[in-house]
Ligand binder design. Structure first.
Ligand SMILES: Cc1cc2nc3c(=O)[nH]c(=O)nc-3n(C[C@H](O)[C@H](O)[C@H](O)COP(=O)(O)OP(=O)(O)OC[C@H]3O[C@@H](n4cnc5c(N)ncnc54)[C@H](O)[C@@H]3O)c2cc1C
Ligand SMILES: *[C@@H]1O[C@H](CO)[C@@H](O)[C@H](O)[C@H]1NC(C)=O
Ligand SMILES: *[C@@H]1O[C@H](CO)[C@@H](O)[C@H](O)[C@H]1NC(C)=O
Ligand SMILES: *[C@@H]1O[C@H](CO)[C@@H](O)[C@H](O)[C@H]1NC(C)=O
Ligand SMILES: *[C@@H]1O[C@H](CO)[C@@H](O)[C@H](O)[C@H]1NC(C)=O
Ligand SMILES: *[C@@H]1O[C@H](CO)[C@@H](O)[C@H](O)[C@H]1NC(C)=O
Ligand SMILES: *[C@@H]1O[C@H](CO)[C@@H](O)[C@H](O)[C@H]1NC(C)=O
Ligand SMILES: *[C@@H]1O[C@H](CO)[C@@H](O)[C@H](O)[C@H]1NC(C)=O
Ligand SMILES: *[C@@H]1O[C@H](CO)[C@@H](O)[C@H](O)[C@H]1NC(C)=O
Ligand SMILES: *[C@@H]1O[C@H](CO)[C@@H](O)[C@H](O)[C@H]1NC(C)=O
Length: 490
């Protein structure tokens, strides 16, 4: 890891020491190039080469910006654009950029994988801003002697998984499913995934970190202190500094794991509500090696019929015979058959959950381009009690009545998640939280009116969910609200 100070850096720090908000207006002029010229000069004076600067006049500015935007909701002509995108190559570059941003009152936005749901890594409203794109600060050093790794913020979880598997068949890491998610945003915000019931969140497995603070200083766990170290393990990175790297604890995975997925269409299976209820009753308290999530997708077919599909997707950290016996005992209604189970290595399960199921090479995990190219809006809840059968029916009815493509992804917690106290990290949903639900509506571009309609829809739906997540429904009133024939008709 490079920690050498560039020439000019010492100069920069001394300028920063004398910089205070009271003389800020002398250097700021929000909409003119007055801030911009000195800012660029500052970067150049601090050894940031031209080749790492993409200004609005640079040919590849748009390509790089486009590549950064992962939620197409923020790919419009109205979306504010950065004055520049900077792709630091060394840690010390990041310190210098922070210094130049402060001196010129330009807001830095830091982007690692670009998957922020609200575009926070590449959009700022009402203030001139630049993007610090971390993608070239992305080395990964896996140590199989003490089962740890240093991973730089700009790496993706797919790259991390790939490099772990390259070194060991029995080590893994419990983070998210989507391989293009960045370490910088993902680990600082938590990181839920298929192994969390056994090993907790990605952020529960961080043991050290390197970060640039607002003064441009590079700190590690020891020099930042335990409070700041606490905050950057679930509290969101950008609020506290710029994460350069995390040191993580790798976890043991067996040689052979088992996956299965079973889907149902609502109209086909009258007993679906029974299956969902049984799943809900057991999924959070099953053997900690077993993760079964419920993925609901509602969309329209080409004839305009609304289709509600429920898929149970599962990872078991063990072989299929054991899985089948756990399923027979705890979740018999799913009626899992041996031929529905596939045994594979941990890295193959990673590929499977990433959607690479057509024999793609492992190298596909190194691909940084996201497969998810829509506009979307998502919200989430944590369930602390079970939704009754009539509640599920109401939920389905409500989803079917919309016009949109909507998803509800329900991940079971429990296991290791229960063992960590709610104050140990900024992520408090521990013992007592049974499930995490994500609601997501996705669409392919559209004018503002269309966008507004989807945004209104998900806000209404979130509101509609309140009784089920806050236990304020009344059995008699809400039970009457949904009739079997409403569901069948849809
Ligand atoms: C398709 C998709 C799938 C996903 N799957 C999962 C999943 O399985 N599990 C899960 O838990 N989450 C998942 N997420 C959510 C994802 O973990 C978060 O959005 C995460 O914050 C993304 O990190 P990033 O680096 O890719 O994003 P970015 O947009 O780069 O960053 C996200 C936030 O973190 C800040 N940030 C980024 N880098 C740094 C840094 N180096 N230092 C300080 N702050 C920084 C940004 O400024 C921004 O506020 C998914 C998101 C998408 C879009
Ligand atoms: C900077 O200018 C703005 C607008 O002109 C003004 O409202 C603000 O008080 C000024 N701030 C300082 C610190 O002088
Ligand atoms: C800033 O400079 C660029 C390139 O020199 C120019 O195209 C642009 O119009 C200027 N913007 C303003 C607000 O003056
Ligand atoms: C953003 O929008 C432009 C113009 O509509 C389009 O050409 C581009 O492909 C979009 N970007 C992405 C990443 O899809
Ligand atoms: C990252 O580094 C590589 C190799 O030095 C370079 O080719 C590439 O252009 C850099 N990427 C960005 C976005 O600057
Ligand atoms: C791996 O970890 C061991 C034990 O902490 C240490 O001695 C060794 O130097 C590390 N290897 C590398 C390449 O960092
Ligand atoms: C559900 O319906 C769709 C569309 O009719 C069909 O393509 C799909 O195969 C069905 N899924 C199941 C699990 O039956
Ligand atoms: C519905 O699900 C139950 C339980 O898994 C199963 O026994 C039944 O065959 C299914 N019916 C249809 C039509 O798929
Ligand atoms: C569905 O679309 C129709 C016409 O396109 C519209 O009138 C109706 O309001 C839409 N419903 C919802 C819930 O958005
Ligand atoms: C979780 O909370 C329950 C109820 O308070 C308690 O009985 C149980 O022991 C707790 N579990 C853990 C792992 O702390």
């Amino acid at each position: 890891m490079d920690t050498l100070l560039p020439p000019g850096f010492v100069f920069l720090i001394s300028v920063l020491l004398f910089f205070s908000p009271s003389n800020a207006n002398q250097t700021i002029n929000k909409c003119s190039n007055a801030t911009y010229g000195p800012f660029i000069q500052c970067l150049l004076a601090n050894s940031i080469p031209h080749s790492l600067l993409y200004t609005q006049g640079t040919a590849s500015y748009s390509t790089l910006l486009d590549f950064s935007i992962r939620n197409q909701r923020f790919n419009t002509t109205r979306t504010p654009k950065p004055l520049a995108i900077i792709t630091p190559a060394f840690e010390c570059h990041v310190s210098a950029i922070i210094g130049c941003c402060r001196m010129n009152n330009i807001e830095p936005r830091v982007l690692s994988g670009g998957h922020d749901y609200e575009g926070l890594s590449y959009v700022a409203f009402g203030t001139p801003f630049v993007i610090i794109n971390m993608q070239n600060i992305s080395s990964i050093d896996v140590n199989t002697t003490d089962n740890t790794a240093w991973v730089q913020a700009g790496a993706t979880v797919g790259e991390l998984y790939y490099h772990i598997a390259e070194k060991s068949k029995t080590l893994g890491f419990p983070a998210g499913l989507c391989p293009t998610v960045g370490i910088g945003g993902h680990l600082s915000g938590g990181g839920i995934g298929t192994m969390m019931r056994k090993y907790g969140l990605a952020s529960d497995n961080i043991i050290d970190a390197r970060l640039v603070n607002a003064e441009g200083k590079i700190l590690d766990r020891e020099s930042m202190g335990e409070d700041l170290f606490w905050a950057i393990r679930g509290g969101g990175g950008a609020s506290f500094g710029i994460i350069l790297a995390y040191k993580i604890k790798l976890v043991h995975v067996p040689q052979k794991l088992t996956i299965f997925a079973k889907s149902y269409n609502l109209s086909q299976n009258g007993s679906l509500v029974k299956i969902v209820s049984q799943w809900q009753d057991v999924a959070y308290r099953l053997d900690v090696r077993l993760f079964i999530r419920q993925f609901i997708q509602v969309s329209s077919d080409n004839k305009g019929n609304r289709i509600l599909q429920i898929k149970f997707e599962s990872l078991f950290l063990g072989e299929k015979e054991k899985l089948l016996s756990i399923m027979r005992e705890n979740f018999p209604l799913l009626d899992l058959q041996v031929q529905e189970c596939q045994e594979m290595s941990w890295i193959e399960t990673v590929q499977y959950f990433a959607g690479y199921t057509n024999g793609e090479l492992l190298r596909a995990l190194l691909e940084r381009k996201s497969q998810f190219g829509y506009s979307f809006k998502a919200k989430s809840d944590f369930l602390t009690s079970q939704i009754p059968e009539f509640g599920w029916k109401k939920i389905w009815y409500n989803l079917l009545r919309s016009n949109a493509t909507v998803y509800m992804i329900i991940d079971p917690l429990g296991g290791k998640m229960d063992e960590i106290s709610e104050s140990e990290t900024p992520f408090p949903y521990r013992n007592g939280s049974l499930y995490n639900i994500q609601y997501l509506v996705a669409w392919v571009d559209g004018d503002q009116r269309v966008v507004d309609r989807y945004m209104d829809w998900i806000r209404d739906f979130y509101e509609f969910m309140t009784p089920w997540v806050c236990l304020v429904y009344t059995r008699t009133r809400d039970e009457q609200g949904v009739r079997e024939q409403d569901l069948v008709r849809l």
